[in-house]
Design a protein around this ligand. Structure first.
Ligand SMILES: Cc1cc2nc3c(=O)[nH]c(=O)nc-3n(C[C@H](O)[C@H](O)[C@H](O)COP(=O)(O)OP(=O)(O)OC[C@H]3O[C@@H](n4cnc5c(N)ncnc54)[C@H](O)[C@@H]3O)c2cc1C
Length: 408
């Protein structure tokens, strides 16, 4: 007979594992299915990426009980400098404008993976099924079914709610017949850690170039996380350059804001595309995180957006669980409430990062003039800077309780 769960989450990456933690206190029967073991070098979610997490995301992680394990490795962002490569204008965002002392924190995805998986292993009632290969998912009334294979054997489970958190190439999304809008930016992000000569003092630097942003994030032990977006051909060359040549070129590109670049970590690259699902629910099923919206890393919004998905879904499931035996975790009413609540944040955040990515790669003279005017407007008009700062904090639309620092 098939094992029966209240909630089955497919994808144990940043978003799926966070959702499992958010649901831990509900003491439900949960299955978390993940294709790649945590410590495998091929684990795509928990790699060397430095993630800029907004203040609201840090609050959510506190509510999930993860923050004590993360805070020692998290670097506060105390200032954000935005400029355009080889053009005038500098916008300096300060959390002090909003009466705070930091925008959020920078954290390595791998560190997050270690902490979240330690927590997942201790969740009562949760079966962590990993590594597994999910072969089919079907929604049904009232239960969805999932088939997966593990160690050569095929298994079948049933669940009241099926959650697809399996990333941009989501098998769940495709199996549910959810259409997507795609846009290829023809850019690849090269990421690595660098150690600059001078102390970063919590400053994050975002420099827009015609082939995408060049961002330097403050990180632990004097290091910085570098994200360098370039054409796919150029990115391949950058990845293959000898270390010293790469450091010299990166320094030349960035300028002397932190002195010379002294040390380099491992380089990895990510082709950049927008993948946006046109719907996010089906009867008894929901997709979230990158499965619903994989966006350009410009503005560092992706995981922050996914964590807000987690906070909203968790809040709705918490409310539903108060009905006891009558709780229907996959009900249409609950899923409609989720979609309606998330719609505005999805639309605005996707439009923001997509708009930035496109306007800064537009070579026309008109676009360049508009960009410079925008830079100066933000530099001199405090209310515009304030709007940007609020976005960097991640407080958008109706705020779920976890993002306000309340527990559920
Ligand atoms: C260069 C770069 C820099 C970024 N910087 C930031 C930043 O500073 N701030 C920020 O907020 N966001 C940032 N992001 C975005 C962030 O990385 C994503 O939003 C985040 O990874 C989404 O998490 P996810 O769990 O939805 O998907 P993923 O991270 O893709 O995880 C999906 C998981 O599902 C598993 N999986 C896939 N298919 C299956 C299957 N069939 N069965 C079982 N498991 C499966 C995968 O193994 C993986 O573990 C950045 C992204 C890039 C590329």
């Amino acid at each position: 007979m098939a094992n029966r769960y209240d909630i089955a989450i497919i994808g144990g990456g940043l978003v799926g594992a966070s959702l499992a933690c958010a649901l831990a206190p509900l003491r439900l029967k949960i299955a978390l299915l993940e294709a790649v073991p945590l410590r495998a070098t091929a684990q795509p979610s928990y790699d060397d990426r430095t993630l800029a997490l907004s203040a609201s995301s840090c609050k959510i992680l506190q509510g999930l009980g993860l923050w004590p394990a993360l805070s020692g490795n998290a670097t506060p962002i105390r200032e954000i400098q935005v400029r355009e490569y080889q053009r005038p204008g500098l916008v300096v965002l300060s959390p002090g404008d909003l009466g705070l002392d930091r925008f959020g924190h920078v954290l390595e995805a791998r560190v997050f993976g270690g902490a979240v998986m330690d927590r997942v292993a201790r969740i009562e009632g949760l079966d962590f099924l990993c590594p597994v290969s999910v072969t089919s998912v079907h929604t049904g009334d009232p239960l969805a079914t999932i088939e997966y294979s593990s160690e050569g054997k095929t298994h079948r489970i049933e669940t009241a709610l099926l959650v697809g958190a399996d990333g941009a190439n989501s098998f769940v999304r495709e199996s549910l017949g959810i259409e997507v809008e795609k846009h290829d930016y023809h850019q690849t992000a090269v990421i690595c850690n660098i150690t600059p000569e001078q102390d970063h003092r919590g400053r994050a630097f975002e420099c827009f170039t015609s082939t995408g942003p060049f961002a330097v994030m403050p990180h632990v032990q004097g290091r910085c996380g570098l994200i360098w977006c370039a054409s796919p051909e150029r990115a391949a060359e950058l990845t293959d350059l000898p270390e010293q040549e790469f450091l010299n070129l990166a320094h030349q590109h960035f300028g002397n804001h932190l002195g010379r670049f002294l040390k380099l970590g491992t380089r990895s690259s990510y082709p950049l595309r927008l993948v946006r699902a046109l719907e996010d629910t089906r009867p008894g099923a929901v997709i979230l995180g990158n499965a619903a919206h994989a966006i350009h890393p410009i503005g560092a919004q992706g995981f922050n957006l996914g964590l807000r998905d987690v906070a909203v879904l968790a809040e709705l499931l918490w409310n539903e669980s108060s009905k006891g035996a009558g709780a229907e975790f996959g009900s249409k009413a609950l899923l409609d409430r989720y979609s309606n609540w998330r719609r505005q944040d999805h639309r605005e955040t996707i439009a923001y990062s997509d708009g930035l990515a496109r306007i800064f790669s537009n070579p026309s003279r008109l676009a360049a003039t508009a960009r410079t005017a925008g830079m100066f407007a933000h530099a001199f008009i405090p209310s515009l800077r304030r709007q940007l700062a609020v976005r960097a904090m991640g407080f958008r639309g109706r705020i779920p309780r976890l993002a306000m620092g309340e527990s559920l």
